[in-house]
Design a protein around this ligand. Structure first.
Ligand code: MOS
Length: 701
């Protein structure tokens, strides 16, 4: 027995701008990412995508390819190991000859080197039986259908009151259709996996947003007990939702390693990032708003059309934020889908809220013009005291404070309501505002806290730090719950050998993991106190599971809110458009780490600039695919496009959401940004762009 002293700290670690713990490792290049684990006798796998959009694989030239020196095996549906699923879904890799979309994985080459695998994959010839395909989303498509629910489990449609009647009798009506294109997630680090089998035990080094769910799915697919699969994901270079679920490559790595009986590594190429790892669905959104003479909304309708694939259903919850944003007695939201011969869409930063709030917040700006009200005043007049659909109280709702503080910081009072009223030489200058919101939820998580005889602590759970700073934030949370200095806490994550935890998604990481970390550390602190601070040589551990506590907690609507302000400059002759300033004010509960939180918010806002002005995956109607599949043709904002982005927040305490009072900041930054820029563009030019991106040809002529 050794005696340890736990000094009670008085300065909280939560709220301090602590730099990323793993920052020096990342800067030095010594942080190991999935593809980089050094393993002996590793082989390389290269996935081969279909060149047709719909049909069957008839035959491949696998036999010829196997003769190439250095090629170990060619996998196709003809010889790939059988998985526990054969339903043709995205993870049923090489389980059938069916091709559901262009560039779906239909074969793979395993070889001694990356170069040989890539070369041989390029030489593989595949014969297909080609079938007709449909890849284009159209609003009048007779095959649109109503899904049973929208992601992750919301009702598909909601309706209250008499929307059409209220619209007919409204003093002011706005009725427009807004469109957003498909978007492809492109984290800096593409998906990558190394799979290693030892007997029937599988270890995978994998880049993902949640190693626990990847382990569970791999165990299921390969018919293994969960305990036989270990997933290690210590450092991850971004995800944005694309790594929220296991993707075909991790399955392929495990399959290939089984077949060649060696460790196998695979990395998704940048080009393949546009093929089979998910994307945001294009949307067609009709928004109708009715208001009385005083600008009080009487009717809201938001009807959405979007796509899914023929092999899985993903229904983005595009209109869900409209259910809680503004007051109005008569209201309707609907979602309709079309199954197309395309890859399955999936999560991308703020699925639902992001495209949906572009439409809603553009329409609200159009209503402000119709009612001749300042857009902030219009929003304040319609800020509901309770959830407008259910009447339930919000845990906290500080949209008003965000709008008012944002207006003050931005200098909103300088604005001219009339479009084209401000210019600076050739530049037309305009400003715009939009609201933002994102739900504040938490999932059950486990966590283990260890006291060590030397007075240090290990806090371990299978959380994911995808570059957000989660490791650092959880260290701060643990330190406060332990009453210890953060430097005495080692935070272990990204390994299924640690306590099971949910994925990094839905801005729930800090809430879900932090909750479990808090309870584990509180439990350990109580144990230490009872033991008078003495710690056995082997250490003292407390593991918790927050499942019961979270289930017991009454559900109440909990959301973060924000207000986005944009100033744009448009060259009157060329239509060149620049975002000169972007300023966001957020009410996101307690901010655990101002440094990493600011970087999340600014990152989201920057992605919003991309969405507003640049990003679009363009459809190739001839071959049935997205045409632009590299970062030269799929444009994203660079430093030159982002001169000034500021994120601020108001002091908000919300003791209901979780023990830390933190609401999550990963996604809200992108919500509303594109609408603020579109609204500012209208103010500058008098041109309303309702289909993103806002490109110069839409502003001139
Ligand atoms: Mo995020 S799109 O919930 O990973």
């Amino acid at each position: 027995m050794t005696r340890t002293t736990t000094t009670t700290r008085t300065t909280p670690a939560i709220g301090a701008a602590m730099t990323r713990i793993e920052g020096p490792d990342k800067v030095r290049g010594s942080a190991t990412y999935a593809y980089e684990y050094p393993l002996d006798a590793v082989a390389y796998c290269c996935a081969v995508g279909s060149t047709i959009a719909h049909g069957r694989v008839r035959s491949t030239s696998a036999d010829a390819i196997r003769q190439i020196p250095g090629v170990l095996e060619v996998l196709s549906h003809a010889n790939a190991p059988r998985l526990a699923i054969s339903d043709g879904s995205e993870l049923a890799v090489l389980q059938s000859d069916r091709v559901a979309y262009r560039r779906q994985i239909v074969a793979a080459v395993v070889a001694e080197s990356f170069e040989i695998a890539t070369e041989a994959a390029g030489a593989l010839e595949i014969e297909y039986d080609v079938e007709p395909f449909a890849v284009e989303l159209k609003s009048d498509d007779p095959d649109l259908y109503r899904p049973d629910k929208v992601n992750p489990g919301f009702p598909t449609d909601t309706e209250a009151g008499d929307v059409d009647g209220a619209l007919r009798s409204a003093a002011h009506v706005v009725d427009h259709t807004y469109r957003t294109p498909a978007y492809h997630n492109n984290p800096m680090e593409p998906h990558a996996s190394i799979a290693v089998w030892e007997g029937d035990d599988l270890t995978v080094f994998d880049s993902n947003q949640g190693a626990s769910p990847v382990r569970a799915r791999l165990a299921e697919l390969f018919g293994l007990p969960t305990g036989s699969v270990r997933v290690v994901s210590e450092h991850v270079g971004g995800g944005f939702g694309a790594k929220g679920l296991p993707r075909p490559v991790v399955v392929l790595a495990a399959m290939a390693a089984r077949v060649v009986d060696r460790p196998v590594k695979i990395a998704v190429t940048r080009e393949q990032m546009f093929a089979f790892v998910g994307y945001r669905t294009p949307t067609i959104q009709r928004v109708q708003l009715g208001a009385d003479a005083g600008g009080r909304i009487t009717a809201i309708a938001h009807d959405v059309i979007e796509q899914t694939s023929t092999i899985e259903e993903f229904a983005e919850q595009t209109a869900v934020a409209t259910r809680m944003m503004y007051a109005g007695a008569s209201r309707r939201t609907t979602h309709r889908l079309r199954r197309l011969d395309v890859p399955t869409p999936g999560w991308m930063r703020a699925p639902g809220e992001c495209p949906g709030m572009f439409a809603l917040e553009s329409a609200v700006d159009e209503l402000a013009i119709a009612t001749r009200l300042d857009p902030i005043e219009l929003r304040l007049r319609n800020d509901p005291p309770t959830d407008p659909e259910t009447g339930a109280p919000f845990t906290s709702r500080n949209l008003e404070a965000c709008l008012r503080e944002g207006a003050r910081l931005f200098g909103w009072s300088q604005r001219h309501a009339e479009p084209r009223a401000r210019r600076d030489g050739r530049w037309l200058v305009g400003t715009g505002v939009a609201a933002s919101t994102y739900p504040a939820r938490a999932r059950a998580s486990k966590a283990t806290a260890w006291a060590r005889p030397d007075g240090s602590f290990d806090v371990e759970l299978c959380a994911a730090d995808i570059g957000t700073g989660a490791r650092t934030a959880l260290t701060q949370i643990a330190a406060d719950a332990l009453g210890a200095e953060p430097r005495r806490v080692r935070l272990g994550l990204g390994d299924t050998n640690f306590s099971e935890a949910p994925l990094a998604g839905g801005s729930m990481g800090t809430s879900s993991w932090g909750w479990a970390v808090t309870r584990a550390c509180e439990g350990l602190r109580a144990r230490l106190a009872a033991a008078n601070g003495s710690v056995p040589v082997a250490g003292l551990a407390v593991e918790v599971d927050t499942k019961d506590e979270i289930e017991r907690r009454a559900q109440r609507p909990a959301h973060a809110f924000g207000a986005q302000f944009a100033e744009v400059r448009v060259d009157e002759d060329t239509g060149e458009i620049r975002v000169a300033r972007l300023l966001g004010v957020f009410a996101a509960g307690r901010i655990v780490n101002p440094m990493t939180a600011r970087s999340q918010l600014i990152g989201g806002m920057t992605m919003g600039i991309s969405m507003a002005l640049l990003e679009a995956s363009l459809l190739d109607r001839e071959y049935g695919d997205y045409l632009n599949h590299d970062l030269a043709q799929y444009e994203i904002a660079t430093c030159a496009d982002v001169p000034m982005v500021e994120a601020h927040w108001i002091d908000e305490r919300d003791d209901f959401v979780n023990p830390m009072g933190a609401k999550g900041v990963g996604e809200i930054g992108i919500v509303g940004t594109a609408a603020a820029i579109a609204n500012a563009t209208y103010n500058a030019t008098g041109v309303r762009v309702r289909d993103l991106p806002i490109r110069l040809e839409k502003l001139i002529g």
